[in-house]
Design a protein around this ligand. Structure first.
Ligand SMILES: Cc1ncc(COP(=O)(O)O)c(C=O)c1O
Length: 360
């Protein structure tokens, strides 16, 4: 008798993360490997975080605060929301999962883009919902077509702004225009994982204003990118109390560990570190743009800490050849790849190795 798995997961493939440095060192016998594959913060994280972590190392035998009270309050205070409108999670990854579990039934339609963050699609499939996938238009979300796909079966819409992996952004005006056309019983998740890197002034700077105007909007953010806490797995969501209360029913108990809770509070307090991260990212982005232009490499305009580019070489080949030389980037599809913006020495090394390859 065969074990019966849920049919919904039959064709799913596990999430493929950026390749770890240790794996590449081992595989190619290298001492030095640089990873520009997972949009991590090349500056690390705020020194205040280390102090906060040390303050709880003697408490590891105790369960974390299951209500995540202090972190909720710190986030609410910083972003002018109520603590009851905030829900931290184990990375925003977990909240993508919780959201799909909270809202989706078989037969429900979920509108999302292609290409965008892959867990929107896999969690919809897992719940037996029907994904309605709208291709990007010139590397940007095609908001007009997404609007036109709304039916009375639509339950959830995923909006990643700026988008991963293309880095492209929609303006405040475009976001309002889109939200105005969505029926109020359709939930829109506004994923702002990269908000701290946005340079354009026409970006929706303070998305918490959406909470009053659109009770169907869920804002998702993370401490993994600009705040540099990817290893600790902590993100947060803001939405109406009604939505938060329902997401809260679905999340697991103690989903944000004690170290992550104190680290995130300390990280939030150090906005100088965020400013520095923004500046280093901007300098790196301008350098990479210039180099790409000189090399004749086509790229999408990025408002994030990564650049999506047409590498001229098939992406798996570019990935493998760079790896052999100690550089990990992220292959996407065809000749498209994504590189995370690093420190200037890392960016320069990437360009040097890439040029060597192109000239080979
Ligand atoms: C758009 C987007 N959303 C969510 C996530 C998940 O981030 P985390 O689970 O580390 O908070 C990522 C990570 O790459 C992302 O790019």
């Amino acid at each position: 008798m065969a074990i019966k798995f849920r049919p919904e997961i039959k064709d799913l493939v596990p999430y493929k993360p950026g390749k770890p440095i240790a794996d590449v060192k081992r595989e190619y016998g290298l001492d030095e490997v640089t990873k520009l594959a997972s949009n991590e913060n090349p500056l690390g994280y705020s020194p205040k975080v280390k102090e906060a972590i040390l303050s709880v190392v003697d408490e590891l035998h105790l369960y974390p605060d299951g209500n995540i009270t202090l972190l909720r309050e710190a986030i609410a205070k910083k972003f002018n929301a109520k603590a009851s409108q905030v829900l931290p999670s184990s990375g925003s990854d977990e909240m993508v999962d919780i959201t799909s579990k909270t809202f989706l039934n078989p037969g429900d339609e979920v509108i999302l883009a292609d290409v965008t963050f892959p867990r929107y699609l896999s969690t919809a499939i897992m719940m037996g919902a029907t994904p309605v996938v709208v291709p990007l238009k010139n590397f940007f979300y095609d908001l007009e077509t997404m609007k036109s796909k709304i039916t009375d079966k639509t339950k959830l819409i995923w909006l990643c702004n700026p988008n991963n992996p293309t880095g492209t952004m929609h303006t405040e005006e475009a976001i309002y225009d889109f939200l105005d056309s969505v029926p109020k019983d359709v939930v829109v998740v506004y994923d702002e994982a990269y908000r701290e890197f946005v340079t354009r002034e026409d970006y929706l700077q303070d998305s918490t204003v959406l909470l009053d105007k659109y009770p169907n909007v869920i804002i998702m953010r993370t401490f993994s990118k600009a705040y540099g806490l990817a290893a600790l797995r902590v993100g947060y969501t803001m939405a109406s109390e009604e939505i938060i209360n329902n997401l809260n029913k679905v999340r697991g108990p103690f989903n944000v560990n004690t170290i992550a809770q104190v680290a995130a509070i300390a990280a939030l307090e150090d906005q100088d570190f965020i400013k520095k991260s923004y500046e280093v990212n901007l300098e790196g982005k301008e350098y990479l743009y210039k180099q790409f232009e000189e090399m004749g490499i086509e790229y999408a305009p990025s408002e994030t800490n990564h650049i999506f580019f047409n590498g001229k070489i098939e992406c798996q080949e570019l990935f493998t050849e760079l790896q052999k030389r100690g550089m990990i980037i992220r292959p996407m599809y065809g000749t498209y790849s994504r590189v995370s913006i690093g420190t200037m020495p890392q960016n320069e090394l990437f360009i040097k190795l890439y040029k060597e390859l192109l000239n080979k």
